[in-house]
Design a protein around this ligand. Sequence first.
Ligand code: SF4
Length: 389
Amino acid sequence: MDAGLKRELEAKVYAGERLTREDGIALYESDDLVWLGRLAHHVRTEKNGDRVMFNVNRHLNLTNVCSASCAYCSFQRKPGEKDAYTMRIEEAVRLAKQMEGEQLTELHIVNGLHPTLPWKYYPRVLRELKAVLPNVNLKAFTATEIHWFERISGLPADQILDELIDAGLESLTGGGAEIFDWEIRQHIVDHNTHWEDWSRIHRLAHSKGLKTPSTMLYGHIEEPRHRVDHVLRLRELQDETGGFQVFIPLRYQHDFVDSADGKIRNRIQAQTTMASPAESLKTFAVSRLLFDNVPHVKCFWVMHGLSVAQLSLNFGVDDLDGSVVEYKITHDADSYGTPNTMHREDLLQLIQDAGFRPVERNTRYEVVREYDAPKSLAERRSVPQQVWA
Ligand code: SF4
């Protein structure tokens, strides 16, 4: 990028001017990672100061049986496969009971598109989970699942969301977005929930007072222009509804054959490498700069490793997904040794060691607890430091 364009973009960012599609593409073309980080850090600091939010949550996948076979997915199984499972409601409740006393504020539930489970299973399971964990926010189902419920129940999303909200639903999850541009989407997604239905369902959820996350799966066969297009669609919807709380760039993961049957399910991995840490940091930074009307940008550390998660805090990220004790969808595709358990103390140390102030939040981004600002560097170095994987 020439110095003139750099100065122009810098001036726009510091003046708080909205960036265009061309600006987004130009930012991706820049290899000046430090410069990108500085711009994104300016925006994240304007919006969120020195705070880094996190929540203490658990993930629950009720079933891995799925009617679709998305090309990037390592999680789905077909009925009868060796490690296919579907939880009975009692089993989900038993797991929830084990979580009592963990000081969770959120249970995050996503599932395969099960071919035969009846629609009524889903509100019932939510209701029973809420009875066991009354103080825990239930963040459940992707827009793809809601669209699937429309199909299996014959009901409109409007009625489905009302019933789920009545059963305890407090937020949808952000999944199913992947890359919206059809040029790429047609090669990676194997269900029929595309931008039109994904946005319809989130718009509807926002109209009912739910706040939702938004995501993007990057680092596979897409190009930077597809990432830019993806973010701009979300930005436009956010102008309309204001219902997105956070944007979460999710790094596509290769399948390292850790499933019980040894099968590689990722059908696109022969065509692509995974995004490098530098590419991930650039994606966080450009996302923060382009998606100017979303309050938060999150790093889901399970997909990036803790070192990149810590660095991302200087590249526009102000939110880390919290104490995940178990997360099957990613870990079926992960051989990096990324720990799948992160406790409050570890997270506090990771945030403070990077020079930020940790703030525990709930699903609605309300403050649960504020922590101290980081100690001085000299104090932090007076005790042995953990080396993050
Ligand atoms: S990404 Fe979701 S819908 Fe697609 S195959 Fe995997 S579980 Fe099924």
